[in-house]
Design a protein around this ligand. Structure first.
Ligand code: GUN
Ligand code: FE
Length: 426
């Protein structure tokens, strides 16, 4: 296919590349997945592609083609607990989240929510997500089957939680590991799907379950691992009581082999430099969830500390602790948090960096560099079509933007699902 429109993509160093009048050429690979063949200025590429085009050019005047967004951490079963008021993480889990997740024992219920969830991702321009299901294996099947039908690149896993969890969500140690391995074999690498070994967080797993998860992580090195760490002070104290003799909360995961490449830890707020170094050395990465951290009052991710110690991270919604599926809302919240943590003047998180952290940067953190999150040649062609005139104020503010950073920032600050005119899946 050939598309003509303004075009946003990223260089390897994270710099945004922008064409006012761009051309995106895609072609299917052996699996029938559309991949980017070329992306650049219309003037340069049209003479090469037009003569051999078999279909008319799709022209979207006044629109911007941009990479689909990558959400590094979200809970599909939690869309019905968004905005539940509670005094912090642990009461929120106990009073809202666990009771709600118990409903996913019903496969029909899970399928209904899974469909709604995938629609919502698409409406918001999110084309790849790393998502928690619930502890019920059928909750994974419900989501994966629908993601496969939509040909989405999606990664998900069954939650492991064999203690300190109520009836209805608590699983059984040995069976939970058997179920996890069966789900890996059923879904990992099927089309564009991936599996993630998913211990909920250290306090709700026995040491046996965590060790079993670590053993699976070693046996299946290209499967992802996802969990939560160092989100909330009360949670950290609890983890330290339950795992005496560990250096830190993160160390609980390190000791069982759950810190590795393709391990994604949500939050990573209350870290010291030894934790940050352990992330860097192991290749594990952080999913930064600013709307969730602000909503639950958990604390704030230290962007400067992460950069100083050099571990990888990207942005995530963490719905339903997070308050929005919209990548624009998440980027804006990240900006507030990054700004707050900064003592000197200047923009810690410039607009291009925010956007990169939710697209190509997030893809890189997931080990999907050059696969999704960008529109460079070879990437799978998952993209959004932005309408910068979607609302009167957006139209006015983006028309008045003097350069690319102003344009991107106007969309980050004023944008929501209305800015996403369409989402195209490769
Ligand atoms: N820690 C353990 N479970 C959860 C969860 O569902 N959401 C968040 N934000 N933190 C958690
Ligand atoms: Fe979470």
């Amino acid at each position: 296919h050939l598309y003509r429109s303004a075009l946003l993509r990223f260089a390897d160093d994270g710099t945004a590349l922008y064409e006012e009048d761009g051309l995106l050429a895609t072609a299917p690979d052996d699996q029938g997945v559309q991949r980017v063949h070329a992306a650049g200025a219309w003037r340069a590429l049209a003479p090469l592609y037009l003569p051999q085009a078999s279909q008319p050019v799709t022209h979207w005047p006044g629109r911007i083609i941009a990479p689909g967004f990558v959400d590094m951490h979200v809970h599909y079963p939690q869309l019905d607990v968004i905005g539940s008021p509670a005094e912090g993480l642990l009461p929120w889990l106990e009073n809202y989240t666990f009771p709600h997740e118990s409903r996913f024992a019903d496969a029909g219920y899970a399928a209904g929510v899974a469909g709604f969830f995938l629609d919502e991702l698409q409406r918001n321009g999110v084309t790849t997500a790393l998502t928690f299901a619930t502890s019920h294996p059928g909750s994974v099947d419900a989501l994966m089957a629908q993601a496969q039908a939509r040909r989405l690149r999606l990664i998900a896993g069954k939650v492991l939680q064999d203690r300190h969890s109520p009836d209805g969500v608590r699983d059984a140690t040995e069976q939970s590991l058997i179920d996890t391995e069966a789900l890996i074999q059923r879904w990992h690498g099927k089309g564009r799907l991936g599996y993630a070994i998913t211990p909920r967080f250290a306090p709700t797993s026995t040491p046996q379950q965590l060790s079993g998860a670590g053993a699976l992580a070693a046996r299946y090195p290209d499967v992802w691992v996802q969990s939560h760490v160092a989100e909330n002070q009360q949670e950290i104290r609890w983890a330290q009581e339950l795992f005496p003799g560990t250096r830190s909360y993160l160390d609980v995961y390190a000791r069982v082999g759950l810190l590795r490449v393709r391990a994604v830890y949500a939050h990573c707020i209350h870290f010291d430099d030894e934790d940050r170094a352990a992330m860097r050395e192991s290749g594990a990465v952080a999913a930064v969830c600013p709307t969730s951290n602000l909503f639950l009052g958990s604390g704030q991710f230290d962007f400067a500390g992460a950069d100083r110690m050099g571990f990888g991270y990207g942005l995530a919604s963490d719905v339903g602790g997070g308050t929005s599926f919209s990548p624009f809302h998440t980027m804006l919240a990240a900006y507030y948090v990054g700004r707050e943590g900064q003592t000197k003047t200047g923009l810690s998180l410039a607009p291009q960096r925010l956007w990169w952290l939710h697209t190509a940067g997030a893809a890189r953190a997931l080990g999907l560099d050059g696969v999704v999150g960008n529109l460079q040649p070879g990437c799978e062609a998952d993209f959004v079509v932005l309408n910068p005139a979607a609302t009167p104020l957006l139209a006015r503010r983006t028309a008045g933007a003097a350069h690319l950073d102003e344009l991107l920032f106007a969309m980050i600050v004023l944008g929501d699902d209305r800015l996403i005119e369409r989402t195209v899946i490769a």
